[in-house]
Design a protein around this ligand. Structure first.
Ligand SMILES: *Cc1c(COP(=O)(O)O)cnc(C)c1O
Length: 217
């Protein structure tokens, strides 16, 4: 990460590591924390809740990065500092309601389907601005940026580069609209196979599992 940032003239401190701990044991998570990992990402609510209970009070932030159903909104706001995967007004409204009940301002990212794949979650880039404007009016939600999960091109991370560039361009165009309450600080993009490319295109959060913990079972 450090080398990728330096290679394009970025401050390495401007890119944060989210260690993705889905399927990873509490012991291995503790090892990662001891090595300095401060942001942890989980994808499945059912798996995350018992792990979070064991690790409560640790000086780490928890990020939810998986597909989230509105009916899980209460758990999401209870347990997670940042939710990367908001892709509808309906889900944001459920999170807003749940956050209001516990007097929290829930920070979120908007997931964008930069490649237009119909099988994947995330907003179509063309509809993202309108949805962000609607979500920005919810008083217990704060939009902090965008997230994408591009198509997986095995061993060819350069092929995902246009999708990362498209997310960065969308970020710039949303920023230029100066929507009240919306900050575009974070670009969550890049995984084990393509994080260097993502950093070169402006990622501020990279989500990495395999490179840290090994192949998932
Ligand atoms: C699993 C997962 C990752 C991490 O993938 P690796 O290839 O193991 O680094 C990143 N983002 C999301 C949304 C994931 O589900």
């Amino acid at each position: 990460m450090d080398a990728a940032a330096r290679s394009c003239g970025r401050d390495p401190a401007s890119v944060k590591l989210v260690a993705v701990t889905k399927t990873v044991s509490v012991d291995a998570i503790c090892e990662a924390m001891a090595a300095g990992v401060a942001l942890l990402g989980e994808s499945y609510m059912q798996e995350a809740i018992p792990k979070l209970a064991v690790l409560a009070g640790q000086p780490v932030q928890w990020h939810f990065i998986g597909h989230l159903q509105s009916k899980k909104a209460k758990d999401a706001v209870k347990y997670f500092d940042l939710i990367h995967s908001v892709d509808s007004v309906k889900l944001a409204a459920a999170l807003d309601q749940a956050a209001a009940k516990i007097k929290k301002i829930q920070e979120i990212l908007i997931q964008v389907n930069a490649a237009g794949e119909t099988t994947k979650s995330g907003l179509d880039p063309d509809t993202a601005v309108g949805v962000i404007e609607e979500i920005s009016r919810l008083s217990n939600i704060r939009i902090k940026g965008l997230m994408t999960l591009p198509p997986f091109f095995d061993e060819a991370p350069e092929r995902v580069r246009p999708y990362f560039a498209a997310l960065a361009a969308l970020r710039d165009s949303i920023e230029a609209k100066k929507i009240p309450g919306v900050v575009m600080e974070e670009l969550s993009m890049g995984m084990t196979g393509d994080f260097e490319t993502a950093i070169k295109e402006g990622a501020t959060l990279v989500r990495i599992g395999t490179a840290i913990f090994g192949e998932r079972a």
